[in-house]
Design a protein around this ligand. Structure first.
Ligand SMILES: Cc1cc2nc3c(=O)[nH]c(=O)nc-3n(C[C@H](O)[C@H](O)[C@H](O)COP(=O)(O)OP(=O)(O)OC[C@H]3O[C@@H](n4cnc5c(N)ncnc54)[C@H](O)[C@@H]3O)c2cc1C
Length: 592
């Protein structure tokens, strides 16, 4: 029987995890790696030759590539076999997303179709809806889009004005309204449209076929990046949708939208890994070819520093994404075994890890942005030329901080969802926090200055204590008004994100050690570099937060404790980075 996930969502803040409780990417089996390799082959042979043509919106090219992916079974990876899909697990799906993620605009179209376009139907649809549409979505005969955003309803998605009114004979809903920023809008055949029925305060969801009379759209948006993806405004003018195309229950649309976005977030975290790999590989190959002052760029310490940082960001994103994905998968399996339907089990599994999904979206997108920014810098003037690959990587990366919920919204979700779990006593967050606050002596006596795994875990425990000090203090000080103290929530969120990323990486490295990895010294180097970054960030945000939460004298008292908890003993990160970069330079590509 499949074991349950190690911890509940958000519980990592109050409980220890051991290396054997987490999944690491080195544990993917042959079949999973073969599926990923098929995706990579597809990208390199079928999509990469058309990157320019896609960005120039060559008529019909994007849908034809999506249909080709469908013929190869790639659009149906997560669709069960009974609907002619490939029926693969959550983890396999994530690995496939990583592989497709290097395909710039194509990956956006692919993710919109397989993710937000297909999953509302897959998880909330009834048997008739499944039978009617899923096989066509799996094969690519129909392509999908997700229509939530409106001119007046972006981050505030429930503010949408699109209306649905039941016809007198009760056979149809009549939709009127406008959606914007709809990915795949120009060619999608099946739209999941969110609208309010009559005077409802919350949204409902509808499956709308594109050829229904009354649907019109604006020309393609001119965008900064992902120029090849289709992005349209769509208008609904008296569009008659059969009542059987209501998805889920009346008023369930907002919940559907949010739950699908949780998945979209962790999927985005996996997708950006593909972009990272391509950017790192292009960075090192350029640095290994270009000479200045008689040396290759890759011989300069400042360039090694950048490349090592790129590697550490990718390695740490990977560590955390696949840890969370396996926890989600285990939770889904346990729910299925407990008798839940396929849709319910998936939704519950993913909703449980709402905080992890949100923080992984933020960390993944910001890591990719860092990597592509340094890629431009490594390319120098050529980084600014549209003839070199840095240009597209840089422009296409930026959207990831905006869609699937902006990073500001996701930072707030991270804190909010953990606090809610604590307040509802799903996790013992506040009990644990009060214990810590009640015994400042114990906090002050912490010592994380040793070496080895247990010292590392002690150091991470100290960072968790930082969060556990800040959360109740913020809650007590501001109570219901805490939601208006967004700067503090952002600070706390960054500390939580740092903890999860660092712990996931430390656990992966330890597991690799126990497996006898021959690269363990390099993994230790990566962990050392990451620890410096995370600890100093947690220190900064915790000082900012405490100063904003408490009056000066009290803040000073806590600052002394925070100082101790964020102590880091000096180490030679310069040499650690050089060793990481040298491995990248020798291999000529990311092979860690
Ligand atoms: C290329 C592209 C493709 C997209 N694809 C789709 C799609 O397929 N389907 C779909 O439905 N939507 C799609 N979107 C829409 C996307 O999800 C929204 O753009 C996004 O949710 C942000 O909404 P907004 O643009 O209205 O920004 P706003 O909500 O106006 O936000 C503007 C700024 O204010 C901040 N902000 C807003 N509210 C708060 C708050 N309470 N506290 C703090 N800061 C806040 C935001 O973080 C952001 O920095 C797409 C967008 C783009 C650009």
């Amino acid at each position: 029987m499949e074991k349950k996930a190690a911890l509940l969502g958000g519980e990592f803040l109050i409980k220890e995890t051991s290396p054997d409780q987490i999944f690491i990417p080195e544990e993917f089996d042959e079949e999973q790696l073969m599926i990923a390799a098929t995706c990579v082959d597809f990208v390199e042979s079928e999509v990469a030759p058309h990157f320019d043509a896609l960005d120039n919106h060559q008529e019909g090219l994007m849908p034809s590539l999506l249909k080709k992916a469908g013929e190869m079974g790639l659009l149906g990876i997560s669709i069960p076999e009974q609907y002619e899909g490939f029926g693969q697990s959550f983890l396999t799906n994530m690995k496939a997303n990583e592989a497709i993620g290097s395909a710039y605009s194509f990956s956006v179209a692919f993710m919109a179709h397989t993710g937000i376009g297909t999953l509302p139907l897959l998880y909330y649809g009834n048997e008739d809806q499944h039978n009617k549409y899923l096989p066509k979505l799996a094969s690519g005969e129909m392509l999908a889009a997700y229509c939530l955003t409106e001119p007046g309803a972006g981050s505030d998605a429930n503010a949408g004005k699109t209306k649905a009114v039941l016809t007198e004979d009760g056979s149809h809903y009549v939709l009127n309204g406008q959606k914007m920023w709809i990915t795949n809008g120009g060619f999608a055949d099946l739209l999941t449209v969110f609208a309010k029925i009559d005077n409802d305060r919350v949204l409902s969801a509808f499956l709308v076929e594109r050829n229904t009379p009354g649907i019109t759209m604006n020309p393609e948006e001119h965008k900064m990046g992902i120029k090849g993806s289709s992005t349209r405004q769509i208008f609904f003018n008296d569009v008659k949708v059969p009542v059987e195309n209501l998805l889920g229950k009346r008023g369930e649309g907002f919940r559907i939208a949010l739950n699908i976005l949780h998945i979209g977030r962790i999927k985005l975290g996996a997708t950006v890994l593909g972009g990272m790999r391509r950017a790192i590989n292009n960075s090192v190959s350029y640095a290994n070819e270009r000479k200045q002052f008689g040396s290759f760029l890759s011989e300069f310490g400042a360039i090694k520093h950048k490349m090592a940082e790129q590697v550490v960001k990718m390695f740490s994103t990977e560590s955390a994404i696949y840890r969370a994905s396996k926890d989600i998968q285990d939770t889904i399996k346990a729910s299925l075994e407990g008798g839940k339907s396929y849709g319910e089990a998936n939704i519950e599994g993913i909703a449980e890890y709402e905080p992890e999904c949100a923080l992984l979206k933020v960390y993944g997108s910001e890591s990719l942005d860092y990597i592509v920014d340094e890629m431009v810098q490594i390319f120098g003037g050529m980084g600014f030329s549209s003839e070199a690959p840095a240009d597209r990587s840089y422009r296409d990366s930026r959207i990831n901080r905006i869609f699937e919920g902006t990073n500001e919204i996701n930072r707030m979700i991270t804190v909010d969802s953990i606090m809610k779990k604590g307040l509802k006593k799903r996790i013992n967050l506040f009990e644990k926090a009060r214990e810590i606050l009640a015994d400042p002596e114990a906090i002050s006596s912490v010592n994380s200055s040793g070496d080895g795994f247990s010292a590392k875990m002690k150091q991470i425990e100290n960072l968790k204590k930082v969060v556990l000090i800040l959360m109740p203090l913020a809650q007590d000080t501001f109570q219901r008004k805490l939601m208006f103290e967004e700067e503090i929530l952002m600070n706390i969120s960054d500390a939580i994100m740092g903890v999860y990323i660092l712990e996931s990486t430390a656990l992966r490295v330890e597991k690799l050690r126990s497996r006898g990895s021959d690269k363990i010294a390099l993994y230790d180097d990566m962990l050392e570099v990451l620890t410096y970054t995370v600890v100093s960030q947690v220190k900064q945000v915790s000082f900012e937060a405490i100063g904003a939460i408490l009056p000066e004298t009290e803040a000073t008292k806590y600052a002394e404790i925070l100082e101790k908890l964020t102590y880091i003993k000096p180490g030679n990160t310069k040499e650690a980075r050089r060793r990481i970069a040298d491995k990248l330079i020798d291999d000529g590509l990311y092979k860690f």
